[in-house]
Design a protein around this ligand. Sequence first.
Ligand SMILES: [Zn+2]
Length: 251
Amino acid sequence: MSAGFDTKCPDCGKPARVSTGQKSCGGHLYWFESIHCQGCGLAQEADGEGVPPENIRRRILEAEGEWNLLIPAPRSTQRIAGILRQLLDCSLAQALAKAKSAAPVATGTKAEMSWMADSLSAAGEEPAVAPLASTPGTSLQDRVSRFLDTPVPGGRTKSWDDWQKSAEALGPQAADILMHALAVGPAHTHYAALLGLRFCGFEAWYRDDQSPVCYEVRKKGDRDWGRIIPVNDPRADDGRGFTAEGRKPEA
Ligand SMILES: [Zn+2]
């Protein structure tokens, strides 16, 4: 597995090729990065064992995407936890929680997940390595749907902190889906969508002092506001209505 890009040769200044890669072999994880210049013949390689330096790892992830390690039918969660504890350098409690959860036990580069899968296979488990995008329930659309269906907790509680973390985890690409939810989604999702946008680099307000009722949204730094008039009236949803948090302060 390798990724590559072109750069300027540090010796002669002509275009040179950088190749970055990672592999799992014999229970060990290796990485390498090499530069090769056709102009002057410069050839250098750096390599190492274990998780690669962060800049190298980032390039591998950009080229190959993220991969999940799943154990669809665990035989022994105790044994799995013991292995995960070593591989992930986490506490036994954390490893046990991962081993018992239906969610992927780890996410990372393909080689890292294969390396972990080899250890689990050697212990009699049947792990699977799959690209993140193809794991059911982990696409951005799925994650945003779950986020929108979770009621927004009240302020200053532990569940509010957890909710904020889940909002932050959505990432800026979620903004389009959240705006779509405000426009045409069911009313009970609007409050989460509105507050969620604020974690995606947007300002977003509920305007029930306007007619028709609307949402005002703009990207932070933009001058003009966009206006979203919801197909589904949020006032119809009295179960999870808007709190003062969502309303624009009086000018
Ligand atoms: Zn050169």
